[in-house]
Ligand binder design. Structure first.
Ligand code: GLC
Ligand code: CA
Length: 553
């Protein structure tokens, strides 16, 4: 690897591939992805050229929220495999030059976790209950929830237990929030960090990192919306509480004890660049997903202001930006970009936000290819969610009876939730389940759209112009060119409908440039060698709309 991307600070420039283990590859034929499936696909990941993989939770779980309800943080869910298989995967990934990040879920445990079971079995006011957030209800008989907080999946954030107390869950009732003021909780999670660092894991993605601390007086929200306004002086009672930073300072100190130092990436939805950057101060987290980019409509002005605000706020704390177009919680970008971008509202990211708008999926795919090259040319690191390299769209028509996301039930059947981006991957254009499971296996845990054969990995592998080959070429160039990855950018004057920038590499650089045309007509390019383009240039060498090109000027 070249110049500034060499050395131990791999997280400053890494391209990390997100594996959602239930849906990646099923080796044993039960219709659910597993660790053996991941091991079998390491050659695909190595050929793709990613630097690291992040695996969504693989711990024992009753699967009330597809694994984000963890009942034991130091073991492997039997559906996925064994600890020995996890160790083998870590070793094989490392041998292939791929780092391994796993998910830690510290805001809540499963209701089946031993600590919550002990809390339920113990009396109100007992030390066991102190590890979670139990309170008396309001109303004459305690029959009303302690406050007006709402679950992220819909409905109240409180559930009542038989002795009359209520417990807090910002997500599903099967995901009770833990009490981060309690020293035993801190010790518990620190032990989990060390358990996996000792096994060779290179880092953690931290689930709901902005949620761990609360205003422990538990005041009502009284309609307070989140994110707060940029200049708000008050705090939100359960998101982005200042005390959360102490926790991450403690975690950073642990990561720094290891060599090479381990890294964190926070899942932090705060909507304010400065507040996000506060988590990335040099003694806190290394990186955090930049969701403003993910939510930005495909419009030049908005993309540019998100890019500028992100780079400026991260530079102020010396952290690299981390770009992301999709994940297991949001509508696949092909389907978001397929809609009229001027009709999207700020924060729109779920299918439900725009499913009624007309969609042009060819346009969506053209834009997503252009967005991928734009993202991969920006300074910092990037995440690729499984299936993005195949150009998969959201599965928009999963029948109601097949839906699994707790959002569907908790919203009273009004929000289909996130299953549409979690459909098992198509590996082969032929065969049952498009090669997700062996032939003759149980049906995949979510049904796959029937028209996915042309999107399968084997239908794109080695095929010039396919989305898979575009990703491979881009990641290969990212490794070869000294300018990409960590660093800065300089905007070029490209008019109001385009985004164009260079990646300065110091004296004598031949000058890498990235040009994205977001206008309606073709755009003239400067002289230079075309390194890669997300679509064909016109016959006279112009850049068509919704296309990105990498040039050496
Ligand atoms: C995060 C996860 C999401 C999960 C939630 C609760 O947002 O990405 O999938 O439902 O946390 O753990
Ligand atoms: Ca399986």
């Amino acid at each position: 690897m070249n110049g500034r991307n060499a050395g131990d600070d791999w997280w400053r420039h890494a391209v990390v591939y997100q594996i959602y283990p239930r849906s990646f590859a099923d080796a044993n034929g039960d219709g659910i992805g597993d660790i053996a499936g991941i091991r079998g696909k390491l050659p695909h990941l190595a050929a793709l050229g990613v630097d690291a993989i992040w695996i969504s939770p693989w711990y024992p779980s009753p699967m009330a929220d597809a694994g984000y309800d963890v009942s034991d943080y130091r073991d492997i869910e039997p559906l996925f495999g064994t600890l020995a298989e996890a160790d083998a995967l870590i070793a094989e990934a490392h041998a292939a030059g791929i780092k391994m990040i796993i998910d830690i879920v510290p805001n809540h445990t499963s209701d089946q976790h031993a600590l919550f079971q002990a809390a339920l079995a113990a009396a109100p006011g007992s030390p066991e209950r102190e590890l979670y957030v139990f309170r008396e209800g309001r109303g004459s008989d305690g029959e009303l929830p302690p406050n007006d907080w709402q679950s992220n999946f819909g409905g109240p954030a409180w559930t009542r237990v038989p002795d009359g107390q209520w417990y807090l869950h910002l997500f599903a009732p099967a995901q009770p929030d833990v009490n981060w003021r309690h020293p035993a909780i801190r010790v518990e999670f620190e032990q989990t960090l060390r358990f996996w660092f000792d096994r060779g894991i290179d880092g953690f993605r931290i689930d709901v990192a902005h949620g761990l601390e609360k205003n422990w007086e538990l005041p009502d929200l009284n309609g307070l919306a989140f994110p707060l306004a940029e200049d708000a002086e008050h705090e939100h009672p359960h998101w982005d509480q200042p005390a959360v930073h102490e926790i991450f300072r403690e975690w950073r100190a642990i990561a720094d004890e290891y060599s090479p130092a381990r890294a964190f990436c926070g899942e932090i939805w705060v909507g304010r660049p400065q507040r996000l950057a506060a988590y990335l101060r040099s003694d806190e987290l290394h990186t955090a997903f930049n969701f403003d980019f993910l939510m930005a409509p495909w419009l030049p002005g908005q993309l540019r202001s998100v890019i500028d605000a992100t780079i400026a706020s991260h530079a102020a704390v010396g952290a690299p930006p981390t770009w992301v177009l999709g994940n297991h919680d949001v509508c696949r970008p092909v389907s978001r970009y397929a809609r009229d971008q001027r009709l999207l509202k700020p924060m729109d990211r779920h299918l439900m936000d725009f499913q009624d708008l007309p969609a042009d999926f060819d346009l969506g795919r053209r834009r997503v290819r252009a967005a991928a090259l734009l993202m991969l040319a920006l300074p910092g690191g990037a995440y690729v969610y499984q299936g993005e390299e195949l150009g998969l769209p959201e599965a928009e028509h999963i029948p109601a009876e097949a839906l699994q996301d707790p959002t569907w039930v908790q919203s009273g059947g009004t929000d289909k939730g996130r299953d549409g981006c979690r459909v098992p991957l198509p590996w082969t254009s032929a065969g049952d389940s498009f090669g997700f499971s062996p032939d003759g296996a149980a049906a995949p845990w979510l049904p796959q759209p029937e028209d996915w054969a042309p999107l399968a990995a084997d239908a794109q592998d080695g095929v010039a112009g396919s989305t898979l080959e575009l990703y491979k070429a881009a990641l290969k160039l990212r490794r070869e060119l000294g300018e990409l990855g960590d660093g800065t950018l300089e905007w070029l004057d490209a008019g109001a409908d385009a985004l164009a920038f260079t990646r300065p590499a110091g004296a004598g650089s031949a000058g890498f440039q990235c040009w994205t045309n977001l206008g309606s007509g073709p755009l003239a390019l400067p002289a230079g060698e075309v390194l890669l383009a997300s679509g064909e240039l016109t016959e006279d060498g112009l850049l068509p709309s919704d296309t990105t090109v990498w040039l050496r000027g």
